[in-house]
Design a protein around this ligand. Structure first.
Ligand SMILES: [Fe+2]
Ligand SMILES: [Fe+2]
Length: 298
């Protein structure tokens, strides 16, 4: 009891602090990366085949995951009264739909190499459909938790150029575009959650439960398929590949290691995605788009 009352002033303070925060309205951008499917297993040569398979496995669930995010947020759209948030929700849906479309192209190349990954996508879809059907609040809570995951991975992609240094430019551009837009819309689903669930103890509990559940389901599903992808591609015993993988995820490059603090911050009462303000990366969008236009016309 004392624990519950002790965080209440914190929640109120966070609410007050939040009421002057500008809302960032995302922009839907229709980009087509024309990926070379022959490069699917080695598009990230510096990262090596194990790290490449890890990113490919992550890509495998993005289209069905993003469909789930769209459905979860759309289910509450009518309850949103703030016109700015309504606009942000429409743009969020547009961005996630575009991401799904581009990752479907990516995945068809991956599924040709690793048929188990296609079955994995279907399994994930069945699980997510089950959440959508049975509990809208849990689906929204899971969505903001998974959006937290994608925002952290996006932050790593944007802050650490070594993750894609020397990689095929088209694959690298797809991940960069996705990272920029995930950053741009990282608070939209969260703001919907707070608009409809509030910021009290019940909302905090549901939000925290969502992250625990999302973490268990995400890694529980992804790790076996990652291992299967490596087995199918003959890299399960590739020690050099594993060394590179650990360097990129938990070593000095540390795509995952460097986000552990940000990941845990989600459990802080009053947490908001923009408390971790990495808007500086969004300044790169115009230069990135100009570069893509040049590549498309070259
Ligand atoms: Fe996305
Ligand atoms: Fe997203």
């Amino acid at each position: 009891m004392s624990k519950i009352t002790s965080i209440e002033p914190f929640l109120k303070m966070a609410k007050r602090k939040r009421s002057g925060r500008p809302m960032l309205i995302p922009v839907r951008r229709d980009l087509d990366f024309k990926l070379d499917e022959n490069k699917i297993s080695d598009w990230n040569t510096a990262g090596g085949p194990v790290f490449t398979a890890f990113l490919n496995t992550f890509s495998a669930i993005l289209p069905v995951g993003e469909r789930f995010f769209i459905d979860s947020v759309r289910a509450y759209r009518d309850q949103i009264t703030d016109p700015e948030l309504k606009k942000a929700v429409s743009a969020f849906i547009g961005q996630e739909a575009m991401h799904g479309r581009e990752h479907e192209v990516y995945n068809s190349a991956f599924f040709n190499k690793v048929p188990a990954a296609a079955r994995f996508e279907k399994r994930v879809k069945r699980i997510l459909d089950g959440f959508t059907k049975h509990s809208r609040p849990v689906s929204l809570s899971g969505t903001i938790a998974l959006e937290h995951f994608t925002a952290l991975l996006a932050d790593s992609v944007l802050k650490e150029p070594r993750l894609t240094n020397g990689a095929d430019p088209k694959y690298a551009a797809l991940w960069r575009w996705h990272a920029l837009e995930e950053t741009e819309h990282k608070a939209v689903a969260f703001d919907v959650f707070e608009a409809v669930m509030g910021t009290g103890i019940k909302a905090y509990s549901l939000r925290s439960f969502g992250l625990v559940l999302a973490t268990l389901v995400f890694w529980g599903l992804i790790i076996p398929v990652f291992i299967e992808a490596l087995r199918a591609e003959g890299h399960l015993g590739n020690l050099k590949g594993w060394r590179q993988f650990f360097r990129y995820t938990f070593g000095d490059i540390g795509m995952l290691r460097k986000q552990i603090g940000n990941y845990l911050d989600y459990f802080r009462p009053g947490f908001h995605p923009w408390d971790h303000d990495n808007r500086e990366y969004l300044k790169e969008i115009d230069a990135f788009l100009a570069e893509q236009e040049q590549l498309a016309t070259a």
